[in-house]
Design a protein around this ligand. Structure first.
Ligand code: HAM
Length: 423
């Protein structure tokens, strides 16, 4: 029987990332890591799967938990789930290890959600993100937002907008949710078969993009009117900090974000270079009760996640962070078939240079064409006559000048010409 064609393709909603596209990933992660380090964050690595209960805290009424989790039983009968998002595992790790606070960590990780795949929405997507566990100081909110905003700037993105809102504390939100439930009941005819969802999770309706709901949503009561004094002054201090750092933002009263763990400050970054339905290139907020809910000491937290694939689509849209091919300094053109080609490449690489060659004894013309294409600065040409004299030819591919260099000295000679590279 013929093999199933799809059995040997990446599963629907997942992607292979090949060179040279993958070079952009390295560049993106390096820029994020560099900014995170400068901001006092260390890398945290948590497992790709967790006990499913870790993720139940995201909210039983959220699609991610209800419909989209990749859950399975392992051979020992444990109920596990592939990570659908990065915050719950980090807080679980915090509760488990109890590091000193403030605990500032960043991560790079794949996430899994059984969504309907489309451009910018995948079943496996990658995030870079950051979390801070520690005091509820609003200055931390500002630093966290500044980290994300600075990263977009580092990439050269200009069309990223920041929206901000406060979800208030538990008591402000409880009051608001009551009012909102009443409002949804009054609008049952507009909500149609979504009235049940509105009853179960009134906040989730607020940020819907359904056209036929927009008028109802515009007149919905706003959370900002129900904030406690404490929540309000926290939010004011966040605004003051953002303004002091010159970070532009818009207050978006209907921004509530998708998970139940959010409290207080929430924010989202949207790119005008993306389709409106998938324009969020990052988002986050405070989750001041999550550590407790995962069995830890009461420890407020705040963080964000940034979708790598979406950021790269936004970069394409704005024409920044182009895919660079893998760099090459030295290309060895081998006309003799001795082990010298192998050795010279190794010697060059040991000195920190990038070296490459062709294989299979190809004609000189073809090898030189490959050398040109590689972007190498120098071609080292191994000919029988030169090797018999104890030398090799070295051609500067930019000036076309060729010199003879002692075979034994060629790698340090190249290193001296090229100087220190960052490879
Ligand atoms: P999120 O908003 O679900 O938040 O995801 C963060 C970002 O990941 C989104 O803004 C988007 O760029 C990207 N993203 C999400 N789902 C997909 C998908 N299916 N395909 C492609 N990209 C996607 C969180 O995950 C929270 N853990 C963020 C956070 C951290 N909150 C506090 N700390």
């Amino acid at each position: 029987m013929a093999a199933d064609r799809d059995a040997f393709r990446a599963p629907v909603g997942t992607h292979d990332v090949l060179p040279p596209e993958s070079e952009r990933w390295i560049e993106l992660v390096e820029r994020f890591a560099s900014r995170a380090r400068r901001s006092g964050f260390g890398l945290v690595i948590t497992p790709i799967f967790e006990h499913v209960d870790v993720f139940r805290r995201l909210g039983d009424a959220t699609d991610v938990v209800r419909k989209e989790m990749y859950e399975f039983d392992d051979k020992g009968g444990r109920r596990l789930a592939l990570r659908p998002e990065g915050t719950a595992p980090v807080v679980r790790a915090f509760v488990q290890h109890r590091p000193p606070v403030p605990w500032k960590v960043w991560y790079l990780a794949p996430n899994f959600r059984y969504e309907r795949p489309q451009r910018g929405r995948y079943r496996q997507h990658w995030q870079v993100g950051a979390e801070v566990l520690g005091p509820p100081d609003p200055d931390i909110d500002v630093e966290v937002v500044a980290l994300a905003q600075g990263f977009y700037r580092d990439l050269g993105l200009k069309r990223v907008r920041l929206s901000l809102n406060s979800m208030g504390d538990a008591s402000s939100r409880a009051r608001y949710v009551d009012v909102l439930r009443g409002y949804w009941r009054d609008n049952a005819s507009v909500l149609g078969d979504e009235t049940e969802r509105a009853e179960a999770n009134p906040l989730r309706i607020l940020d819907s993009k359904r056209d036929d709901w927009q008028e109802m949503l515009e007149h919905a009561p706003q959370l900002g009117e129900y904030l406690s004094d404490e929540s309000r002054s926290h939010f004011e201090r966040v605004e003051e900090g953002l303004q002091a750092l010159g970070i532009d933002y818009e207050i978006e009263p209907r921004l509530v974000r998708g998970f139940d763990y959010y409290t207080s400050t929430v924010f989202e970054f949207a790119s005008d270079a993306l389709d409106a339905a998938q324009n969020a290139v990052g988002g986050g907020g405070r989750y001041d009760k999550l550590a407790e809910e995962l069995g830890g000491p009461p420890t407020p937290g705040i963080g964000f996640g940034i979708g790598i694939e979406r950021v790269l689509i936004a970069c394409d849209g704005e024409g920044v962070l182009p895919a660079a091919s893998v760099a090459c300094d030295v290309f060895v053109v081998d006309l003799v078939g001795t082990t010298d080609a192998l050795q010279i490449m190794q010697e060059a690489r040991e000195l920190g240079l990038a070296a490459d060659r062709t294989y299979g004894g190809r004609a000189m013309k073809k090898q030189l064409a490959a050398a040109e294409k590689s972007g190498a600065h120098y071609a080292v040409i191994l000919g029988a006559n030169e090797l018999a004299r104890g030398t090799v030819g070295v051609k500067d591919l930019r000036t076309e000048e060729q010199v003879e260099v002692r075979r034994a000295d060629v790698a340090p000679w190249l290193k001296k010409q090229i100087g220190d590279t960052t490879r």
